[in-house]
Write a protein that binds this ligand. Structure first.
Ligand SMILES: [Zn+2]
Length: 295
C-alpha cells in the first residue's frame, strides 16, 4: 500500500519527486505574478494565491501531508489566514490541504462533482489507486454547477466548469483584471497529461476545454497549468495541437478493431512521444487514456 501510494504520488507529480517523500523538509516557494497575486510552488498541483485587504484566496492546496505547512506559509507570507480555497478538481494532490485549511477557517469552494467524488471511496483504475472518502471538514461547503464569481481585493475571480475533460468536476479559475488563468489539470505544461477516465475524464472534452481557455487568452495572459511551469497562450496552442494529433493517431486504429495493446505497439504517436512522453506520463499510459475515451 505504501509502495503503491508513493508510485501514485510520483506519477501525479510533475517536479521535485524526490522531495515529496520527505515532507518535513519540504518548503513552499512563492513567485509574484502581478501585484497581490502569487504562484505558490509546492509538491503537488500548482497553487495560486491572491492576498490583500479583503482577504486571501487560494486555488488548490497541495497534498494532505503539507496542509499545515501551507497554512503556516500563507500566514508568514501575508500576515493573514486563508479565507477561501477554490479546488480545480478532486485529486488529492490539489485538495489534500483542504482539511487543514478548513480547520484554520477557510471556506472551501468547488464544482459539485468534486464534493460528490471526495465524499466517497473513489477509484482511479489506470493508476490502480483507491482514494478513501475525505473527512467531512475537507469537503467543499460551497459548490456550483456552472460558474461562480468571487470579488476580492478589487479582483473579479471567475470560476467556471468545463465538462468531462481531466475529470467530470473541473473548474478553471480566471483572474480577470490580472489576466491570469489557473487551468487545473486540464493543462499539463510539461508532458503528456493525465485523464481520469474512471471519473468522467475524456480526451475530446479535454481538447474542447483547452480550446475554450485559448478563447479567453490574449497575448499577455499568464497561464498557470495544473502541473509544470507557467505558460502562455502559445503554449496552450501547442498543447492543444498535441492532444488533437494524438487523438487523431489513436482513433482510427481503435475504429479498425485494434486492441489497446496493439495500438500501444503500433508506434503511431512516436514523433509526439519524443517530445511529450519523457517528463511525466508514459506514451503507453497516455495511449490507454485516449483509447479508453475516444469514440
Ligand atoms: Zn488531477
Amino acid at each position: 500500500m505504501v509502495t503503491r501510494s508513493l508510485t501514485v504520488l510520483a506519477l501525479l507529480l510533475c517536479a521535485l519527486p524526490a522531495l515529496t517523500q520527505d515532507w518535513d523538509s519540504f518548503e513552499f516557494a512563492a513567485t509574484e505574478l502581478t501585484d497581490g497575486l502569487w504562484h505558490v510552488r509546492g509538491a503537488g498541483g500548482n497553487v495560486v494565491m491572491i492576498a490583500g485587504e479583503d482577504g486571501v484566496l487560494l486555488v488548490d492546496d497541495d497534498y494532505e501531508q503539507l496542509g499545515e505547512k501551507l497554512v503556516a506559509f500563507v500566514q508568514a507570507q501575508t500576515g493573514r489566514g486563508v479565507d477561501y480555497v477554490v479546488s480545480t478538481h478532486w485529486h488529492f494532490d490539489h485538495t489534500g490541504g483542504n482539511e487543514a485549511l478548513a480547520n484554520s477557517g477557510a471556506v472551501l469552494i468547488a464544482h459539485q462533482n468534486v464534493r460528490r467524488l471526495m465524499a466517497v471511496e473513489t477509484r482511479i483504475e489506470l493508476l490502480d489507486h483507491t482514494q478513501p472518502p475525505a473527512p467531512d471538514a475537507a469537503l467543499p461547503s460551497i459548490t456550483f454547477s456552472d460558474s461562480l464569481v468571487v470579488r476580492l481585493n478589487g479582483e473579479e475571480i471567475v470560476i467556471f466548469h468545463l465538462p468531462n475533460a481531466h475529470t467530470d468536476g473541473d473548474a478553471v479559475v480566471r483572474f480577470r483584471n490580472a489576466d491570469v488563468i489557473h487551468t487545473g489539470d486540464i493543462v499539463f505544461n510539461c508532458g503528456y497529461p493525465f485523464i481520469d477516465t474512471s471519473n468522467g475524464g475524456d480526451i475530446d472534452g479535454m481538447i474542447a476545454a483547452v480550446e475554450t481557455i485559448i478563447g479567453l487568452c490574449g497575448d499577455e495572459t499568464v497561464i498557470v497549468p495544473g502541473h509544470g511551469p507557467i505558460g502562455t497562450r502559445a503554449d496552450l496552442e501547442t498543447y492543444r495541437d498535441m492532444l488533437s494529433d494524438f487523438r487523431d493517431a489513436v482513433a482510427p486504429l481503435k475504429t479498425s478493431g485494434m486492441s489497446l495493446e496493439e495500438v500501444q505497439a503500433a508506434g503511431a504517436t512516436a514523433e509526439l512521444d519524443e517530445q511529450w512522453g519523457k517528463v511525466f506520463f508514459t506514451p503507453d499510459l497516455f495511449t490507454a487514456m485516449v483509447y479508453a475515451t475516444v469514440d
